[in-house]
Design a protein around this ligand. Structure first.
Ligand code: IPE
Ligand code: IPE
Ligand code: MG
Length: 273
């Protein structure tokens, strides 16, 4: 991945304070707090296409370019994990033809992009209940995951046939199995333990959540993991969401004070300490 910036990492905290210096001398030095993990609901593809009198699938296809742009930008600014909502457990309710075309697009995108992701040191994983996908798509997902498994750069999680409630339920089911087997005492089941069985357990929780397309709702995305994320909603439709739009979200994140239940004064004191 071509990096436009050099990074200087500061003391590790909840999010890393970094200074980005443009290699290109024309660009100004940029200071910002970079979220470690960004989660995005990529919404608005259908409306983008409709505005252009095109079929909805044209919007979904155009959305793949935005995925590429955001993945590249994450690499440049030092975001270490990106989670993208591609298909919700509720999206099966769409017309069969749109669902079919989306599955086809997913397959083609995996085939076309996984090599490039690998070259850019990105580790791809798909989260969600994949059992409902065709054998071919399931195989392509495994291929892409295996190809990129040893990469040490951006962790890109694509949520497909994913639902936040499904995620909590599958974690609870695994814990229940352990309790039944006698390896966990019911009294030991707490937030920390259950959290270890959630799909993104290995990653820090999202620092920044973005939803494009103007709606202000979570739509059954990462219900457990978004507990303390900073929320950013934009009217920009996903196919128009490129580097500039993403930078606006990153800038907004920089201006937030994350208190996690403490007072603002406590947070300031902590920073000075
Ligand atoms: C998001 O765009 C993509 C998926 C849900 C697969 P939409 O298809 O929801 O676009 P709008 O909301 O209809 O514009
Ligand atoms: C959420 O978008 C799911 C994805 C972006 C994959 P939707 O467009 O399906 O959400 P709702 O139904 O409008 O809430
Ligand atoms: Mg939508």
């Amino acid at each position: 991945m071509r990096s436009l910036f050099k990074f200087r990492r500061g003391p590790s905290g909840n999010s890393q304070k970094i200074t980005m210096m443009a290699e290109d001398k024309q660009k100004d030095e940029y200071h910002g707090t970079v979220p470690r993990h960004v989660a995005i609901i990529m919404d608005g593809n259908g409306r983008w296409a409709k505005k252009r009198l095109m079929p909805r699938i044209a919007g979904h296809r155009a959305g793949v370019d935005s995925v590429r742009a955001v993945v590249q930008r994450c690499g440049e600014v030092g975001v270490s994990a990106l989670t993208l909502f591609a298909f919700s457990s509720e999206n099966w309710r769409r017309p069969e033809s749109e669902v079919g075309l989306l599955m086809e697009l997913f397959l083609v995108a995996l085939q076309r992009e996984s090599k490039k992701l690998d070259q850019n040191n990105v580790r791809l994983r798909v989260i969600g209940d994949r059992s409902r996908f065709s054998e071919k798509l399931q195989q392509e997902i495994v291929n892409a995951e295996c190809l990129t498994a040893d990469n040490s750069g951006l962790v890109l999680s694509v949520a497909a046939n994913y639902g936040g409630r499904w995620d909590i339920a599958q974690a609870a089911r695994q814990v229940a199995e352990q309790v039944k087997a006698g390896s966990i005492e019911p009294a030991a089941v707490d937030e920390t333990l259950l959290g270890q069985y959630m799909t993104l357990a290995a990653l820090p929780e999202p620092d920044l959540f973005i939803r494009t397309g103007g709606e202000q709702r979570i739509s059954n995305f990462l219900l457990w993991q978004l507990a303390y994320s900073e929320l950013f909603f934009t009217d920009t439709l996903w196919p128009d969401f490129k580097q500039d739009a993403f930078d606006l979200a990153l800038q907004s994140f920089t201006s937030r004070q994350r208190r996690f239940g403490r007072t603002g004064d406590q947070v300031e004191e902590n920073k000075r300490a």
